[in-house]
Design a protein around this ligand. Structure first.
Ligand SMILES: [Zn+2]
Length: 172
């Protein structure tokens, strides 16, 4: 276990480094939902500070999938790990919303609750990822086609989803 403080909200976090996927560059603070760079873990190794508000991180299940937000003028690169169940993905905002994965961006053509990804266990042992548009204002491009109302597609590794002017890449 490595103890670190979230650089954004300063909550104490304990991270089981053995459960961190090797291919991510950041993870989400469970309290403030801001990304924390994985590089912070190696810097703080051995620092055993624990505070009363320490949160144990146990969200890193390998192979469950992740979304990478590709950087452009409006958005910095961000990586989000998917969890089993439904994630609502869209523009991060201070207004209340159902968004579970909030992307920090100035892309106003991205809705706050733009897409929905449901992760379900596959009987064969892996996971399947079901993408649908969440009644967004500007719709969702998947493999160069707009998703229809109520349409659900199964994501494959390395596929791209475009919401507003922002490209998301899905990886298993
Ligand atoms: Zn935080």
């Amino acid at each position: 276990m490595i103890a670190v403080k979230c650089p954004h909200c300063h909550v104490g976090l304990k991270v089981d480094e053995k459960k961190l996927p090797s291919d991510i560059t950041s993870f989400k603070c469970p309290k403030c939902k801001c990304p924390i760079p994985v590089s912070m873990l190696s810097q703080k190794e051995g620092e055993g500070t624990s505070s009363s508000d320490t949160v144990l991180l146990h969200l890193m299940k390998k192979g469950i999938g992740k979304i990478t937000v590709l950087p452009n003028d409006e958005t910095a690169e961000q990586v989000f790990l998917l969890a089993e169940g439904v994630s609502i993905i869209g523009r991060k905002s201070t207004k209340p919303s159902l968004t579970t994965i909030g992307i920090e961006t100035t892309d106003r053509s991205m809705s706050r609750e733009h897409i929905r990804i449901e992760v379900k266990k596959d009987p064969k042992g892996g996971y399947k990822h079901y993408l649908s548009d969440n009644n967004s204002k500007n719709r969702t491009l998947y493999n160069s086609n707009y998703l229809g109302e109520g349409e659900v597609v199964i994501l494959n590794n390395n596929e791209e989803i475009i919401i507003g002017r922002t490209v998301l890449r899905f990886n298993e």
